[in-house]
Write a protein that binds this ligand. Sequence first.
Ligand SMILES: Nc1ncnc2c1ncn2[C@@H]1O[C@H](COP(=O)(O)OP(=O)(O)OP(=O)(O)O)[C@@H](O)[C@H]1O
Length: 593
Amino acid sequence: MNDTATPLLPIATGARVRVVIGMLLRRHRGRTVGVSVLFLAASGLGIVLPACLGRVVDAVSSDAGLAVIAGWVAGAGAGAVGAAAVMLWAARVLTGLVQDLLADLREDVFASAMRLPVSTVDDGETADLLSRVTGDVDAVAEAGGNVVPVLLSAGFAIGVSVIALTALDPWLALAGVASVPFYVLGTRAFLRRSRVVFREVRVREAARSQAVLDAVEGIETLTALNEQHHALARVAARAEDSIRMQIEGVRVRNRLFRWINGGELVGLGAILATGFLLHANGAITVGMVTTAALVFHRLFDPVGQLIFGLDDIQRAAIGLARLVGVIDLAPETDSAASGTAASGTARTVGDHARVELDLQDVGYRYPSTGRGVVDVTLRVEPGTTAALVGSSGSGKSTLARVIAGHHLPESGSVRLEPAATTPYYVSQELHQFRGSLADNLRLVAPDASQDELVAALVAVDAEWAVELLASVAPAPLDEGRIQQLAIARALLANPALVILDEATADIGLHHRDAVESAIRVLRRDRTTVLISHRLEPVSTAEQIAVFADGRVAQLGTHDELLAADGPYRSFWLAQSAGRIDRTGASGSTAGFR
Ligand SMILES: Nc1ncnc2c1ncn2[C@@H]1O[C@H](COP(=O)(O)OP(=O)(O)OP(=O)(O)O)[C@@H](O)[C@H]1O
């Protein structure tokens, strides 16, 4: 579990979020430009109606005649219809664009989460990651769908209106600014209070539902104890509580309405007063003042929507910052593309480089538990196998992950010779990926030929898979078969260094022989780190490290360790006598999981 001392995954800065949004938009440059142009056009056309109505006023006051008036009225109608049509079109294009952007974002976040080095996701941070790829993605998608159209239409409407007012007379635009302090003050007060109140509304609503549920579920007991009145009183008290809070929520909203209405009143009043003065000085016509007032009036709706949407905008912004934090944790690189540190393209099975592995005083601790491995020194000669054994939690998998490069050692060093070697890690997590078996195998060797796939399958005793290779939707395989595929995949990847972490841990007895024989093929002449609870395959390793409490407690060959009086000997004797099952359930201290 995560405690307060555990650093959570990073949250991106506002600037970084803007860069990522920019990058996402660039992927859909055509449509982004198109949507902007459409919104601009819709907002521009939105000015036609007030402009024409202003002309109608001027035409009426100058007795310009019915035909002129009718012309301007027709213009106003055409402007309104045009603006509505273009706005509809813009909204449609925008909806598609927003959905595609959200899909891209979701994909980037998931891809990044899949690439995350295991060290970044220790137990304390897993919950954070999960909440981001689920809750935050949903929050951004939901808010994005509602907020972006509001933000865009309000933004363009405000921009175009300011330009229109300035064009009529800069003093009119300045008069409109008188409303801004009301909007700012009202919004600040609303956001301060609304978050608390609306959260409380949800809490009290939940408490009320819980009280009802408790009363209904415990109805028999309550009746037997003659306690119905108390239960009803509790429900009534909770309901009152919840209603009081909801009323407070309405008050908070109303207070904001007052500020907004105040702003509208002051802004409109200022525009009319300024217009009156300007007209008195002969600077503008009555029609122009009318246009200015109507232009300002048409901002009421978008500004209100914008202010009420601020909560959503904030939630979306926070969610976005958390998602970009995940994207930035594991940027896409070529070497990470295959997920399990594969060595890239397929090579002929059996033809691989030889690599030496040298660990000196390696230490690594998980930040959340402080557990891990301490001072591990181990040298694995090219083409040989080092087996790691020990009880559950003794540190074997942690060391395997350090060697695989998933955890960076905090102390000591991990040296590979040649240094450019990419270790291949076969974990005990069993997974059949979607698609055909051929797709499953080609994950690490996209260019592998059909013959190479078949050769790898035959090598690991998985002839059953040969005829299924091309089946588009094969039936789900059992764990033993998935493990055989995993080892066949490792053969295709043909790494110089392979790490096998409990490859037979979760498979049934009937598959064990097949998988162990596959492992023998994979190990052949290849530098291997083998973790196994079963000592039989381990016994043929060139060296065996026995782990206890994160340290190497014994190191030697099978014969050396058998000759010594230590945990390995006890466990070997127990296991070969069949006294301990695979879980080490005999209670022996030597029980290697
Ligand atoms: N992701 C993690 N976050 C925090 N602590 C961890 C994590 N993984 C393992 N640990 C702790 O590190 C220690 C070593 O665990 P590790 O998984 O390496 O042991 P193991 O010998 O491989 O055990 P097993 O045979 O059960 O896989 C244990 O105390 C374990 O609780």
